[in-house]
Design a protein around this ligand. Structure first.
Ligand code: ADP
Ligand code: MG
Length: 391
C-alpha cells in the first residue's frame, strides 16, 4: 500500500503551495523539446489550482554546477507551460532572495509561479539547510511530484519536505505504484527484460529482480559480458572486462532464469553503414562486434512475453540509435505492446526507444525518471519519497 500522504489528503484552499516538479527537459535553441515531463505534471498542477491553491513551482534543469548559466534557465519552460496549460505562468529569475519572496507573496489563489533553476545555487545539491529553509519560507505546504529527482537528496526535494506539511503529487504516486507495488506484488509469470550498455550499471537491478521474477531476458551490450564470461570470443564487441567475475556469479546464481540471446547481429564497424549479418551465438570473428539481438531471439523472447502477466523493461536490446540495429529493440517493444500484460518501462534510452517505435501508448506505464526508475528496480527507497509525510 502507498504509505505516504498524497495531495488528496490535504486541504489547499487559500494556501501557497511549493511544488517540486521535474521540468528537466531538453531545450533546443531556447525552446522546449520533448515536453513529456511537463505534461506529466499537469494532473497535479490542475488539481491544486482547482482546490484553490497558489502554486510556486520549483525544478532543476541540466547541470549548471551551482552557477547561473543562461542556457540552463527555466524561462523557456515557463513559456511552454503557459501554452500547454492555457493560462499565464509567472517567472522569477531566482529561486531564492527578494525576487522569489516578493513574487511568491504577491501570488493569488489560482495563479502559477515558476522559480528559476534550483541548481543555480550550490546549496541545492548539498541539501543545504539554509537553502531549504528559504524555499520553505515561500509557502505553507510542500508537494513533491518530481519523480525523476527522487533518488537525490537535495534541498528542493528532501530539505524542504522536513520543514513544511508535505505530500506526494499524482505523478510521484503513479510512478511509485507502478515501479514499486506492481513489482512487489506482480502477477505471474513476471518477466524482466534487461539490456543497455553495461552489466555494471544493472547489477543491483538483476540481483533484486532475480528474487522476484520468473524469467529475465537479457539483451544489449550487457549480453556480451555474459557471453565472454561463458568463454565466447567477443572480438570488438562491448565487453566489460572488470565485470566478468560478477557476470559469472550472476549466471551461476540465476540458473535458467536468466535467458541470453540465441542469435545476434554482428557488424563490421560501429556505424549504421556497417556491413552486418545475423549469426547464431558463437565466437565473434575478428574485427566484428555484436550490435543487436537476432530474429530467433526476438521470436523466443516474444513468446515468453506473450505468456506473461507482468513485464518490466529497462535497457535497449541493441544499438537502436542506428536503424539497422534497432530491429531487436523494436521487435521486443512490439511484443510487449501486443501482449496482454501490465508493462512498465524505465530508463532514459529505453523510453526513447519505445517512443521512437511509436508504441508508447500501448504500455501500461512509461517512467519519467531514468536514474530514479533504476533505483526503484534495485528495490531501494528513494530519499525524495522517504522525506515525505506518512499517511
Ligand atoms: P537506459 O537509458 O534505458 O537505462 P542504458 O543507458 O543502460 O539504457 O543503455 C542504452 C545504450 O546501450 C544505448 O545507447 C545503446 O546504443 C547501447 N547498447 C545497446 N546494445 C549495445 C551493444 N550491443 N553494443 C554497444 N552498445 C549497446
Ligand atoms: Mg541511458
Amino acid at each position: 500500500m502507498f504509505k505516504k500522504k498524497t495531495i488528496r489528503d490535504l486541504d489547499f484552499k487559500g494556501k501557497r503551495v511549493l511544488v517540486r516538479v521535474d521540468f528537466n527537459v531538453p531545450i533546443n535553441d531556447g525552446k522546449v523539446g520533448d515536453d513529456t515531463r511537463i505534461r506529466a505534471a499537469l494532473p497535479t498542477i490542475q488539481y491544486l489550482l482547482d482546490k484553490g491553491a497558489a502554486l510556486i513551482l520549483t525544478s532543476h534543469l541540466g547541470r549548471p554546477k551551482g552557477e547561473v548559466k543562461p542556457e540552463f534557465s527555466l524561462a523557456p519552460v515557463a513559456k511552454h507551460l503557459s501554452e500547454v496549460i492555457g493560462m499565464p505562468v509567472k517567472f522569477a529569475d531566482d529561486c531564492l532572495g527578494d525576487i522569489a519572496k516578493e513574487t511568491a507573496e504577491s501570488l493569488k489563489a489560482g495563479e502559477i509561479l515558476l522559480l528559476e533553476n534550483t541548481r543555480f545555487h550550490q546549496g541545492e545539491k548539498k541539501n543545504d539547510p539554509a537553502m531549504a529553509k528559504e524555499l520553505a519560507s515561500l509557502a505553507d505546504i510542500f508537494v513533491n511530484d518530481a519523480f525523476g529527482t527522487a533518488h537525490r537528496a537535495h534541498a528542493s526535494n528532501v530539505g524542504v519536505a522536513k520543514l513544511l506539511p508535505s505530500a506526494a503529487g499524482f505523478l510521484l504516486e503513479k510512478e511509485l505504484i507502478y515501479l514499486g507495488e506492481t513489482i512487489a506484488n506482480a502477477a505471474h509469470p513476471f518477466v524482466a527484460i534487461l539490456g543497455g550498455a553495461k552489466v555494471s550499471d544493472k547489477i543491483g537491478v538483476i540481483t533484486n529482480l532475480l528474487g522476484k521474477t520468473d524469467q529475465i531476458l537479457i539483451g544489449g551490450g550487457m549480453a556480451n559480458t555474459f557471453f565472454a564470461a561463458q568463454g565466447f570470443q567477443m572480438a570488438d564487441s562491448l565487453v566489460e572486462a572488470d565485470a566478468l567475475d560478477t557476470a559469472k556469479e550472476l549466471l551461476a546464481k540465476a540458473g535458467d532464469k536468466l535467458q541470453l540471446p540465441v542469435d545476434v547481429v554482428i557488424a563490421s564497424e560501429f556505424s549504421n553503414q556497417a556491413e552486418y549479418k545475423v549469426v547464431p551465438l558463437g565466437d565473434v570473428p575478428d574485427g566484428w562486434r555484436i550490435l543487436d539481438i537476432g530474429e530467433a531471439t526476438v521470436a523466443a523472447y516474444a513468446s515468453i512475453i506473450q505468456k506473461s502477466k507482468t513485464v518490466v523493461w529497462n535497457g535497449p536490446m541493441g544499438v537502436f540509435e542506428f536503424p539497422n540495429f534497432a530491429k531487436g529493440t523494436f521487435g521486443v517493444a512490439q511484443a510487449v505492446a501486443d501482449a496482454d500484460v501490465v508493462s512498465v518501462i524505465g530508463g532514459g534510452d529505453s523510453v526513447a526507444a519505445i517512443k521512437e517505435a511509436g508504441l508508447a501508448e500501448k504500455v501500461s506505464h512509461i517512467s519519467t525518471g531514468g536514474g530514479a526508475s533504476l533505483e526503484m528496480l534495485e528495490g531501494k527507497v528513494l530519499p525524495g519519497v522517504a522525506a515525505l509525510a506518512d499517511k
